[in-house]
Write a protein that binds this ligand. Structure first.
Ligand SMILES: C[S@@+](CC[C@H](N)C(=O)[O-])C[C@H]1O[C@@H](n2cnc3c(N)ncnc32)[C@H](O)[C@@H]1O
Length: 190
């Protein structure tokens, strides 16, 4: 599914999520590395606006056009072959050491079914040491839950069982002028 950029609600939720991370890291928020998916550069733009130096933003994406957009911001893009999120996290931990990574934003925006294996792989590498954001569709994953429209609590229980208890779940509707959007949620692991 193509990604059509940020909604106002997503921007608001992202700010809340990064603000929680800033509280946890204190000054480290500005000195450590933040790993993001390039996408439409929404996370890059936000971190930049918050005063994070572009050399402390590591972007990856499996879409080369997204990487082209990210390179216009001057952020650090590891060499080709490192464009998968899990591989980028592995590379960054090897390169800088786990204590120098400030956050990982797994803003995958897909179903739990698709996202959880990636989140689990990331947590296998970093454990609970690095604040991690994980964005998923808050509906339409009935197949995975074994129900047509599993309630939010069931989704939360499922996510917690798979990846640990999130500090917060921040739901939003990804509505833009172009589309009504979908019910989405950012899980904050700090
Ligand atoms: C919702 S968009 C990310 C938006 C981005 N955070 C922003 O602020 O604009 C999801 C992006 O993740 C990329 N993607 C999906 N799975 C990936 C993976 N396993 N590794 C790297 N990129 C991935 C897609 O190509 C897409 O650009």
């Amino acid at each position: 599914m193509a990604y059509h950029g940020d909604s106002l609600a997503k921007e608001a939720v992202r700010s809340t999520a990064y603000s929680m991370i800033e509280k946890r890291l204190s000054n480290g928020f500005w000195t450590k590395k933040h790993i993001v998916l390039a996408g439409d550069c929404g996370d890059i733009k936000t971190l930049y606006r918050y005063g994070v130096d572009v050399e402390n933003i590591i972007a990856c994406d499996c879409d080369s056009k997204a990487l082209d957009r990210a390179s216009d911001w001057g952020v650090f893009i590891p060499s080709k072959g490192c464009d998968d999120l899990v591989e980028t996290v592995r590379w960054a931990v090897d390169q800088y050491g786990i204590n120098q990574i400030g956050s990982i934003n797994a803003d995958l925006c897909g179903t739990l079914q698709k996202g959880i294996p990636i989140l689990k792989d990331i947590r296998k590498i970093v454990g609970k040491k690095i604040p991690t954001l994980f964005t998923f569709i808050y509906a339409w994953d009935g197949f995975y839950m074994g129900k047509e429209a599993a309630p939010g609590n069931a989704r939360k229980a499922f996510l917690t069982k798979a990846a640990g208890k999130p500090k917060a779940l921040l739901p939003y509707q990804s509505r833009t002028r172009a589309s009504y959007g979908s019910p989405m949620c950012v899980a904050v692991f700090t």
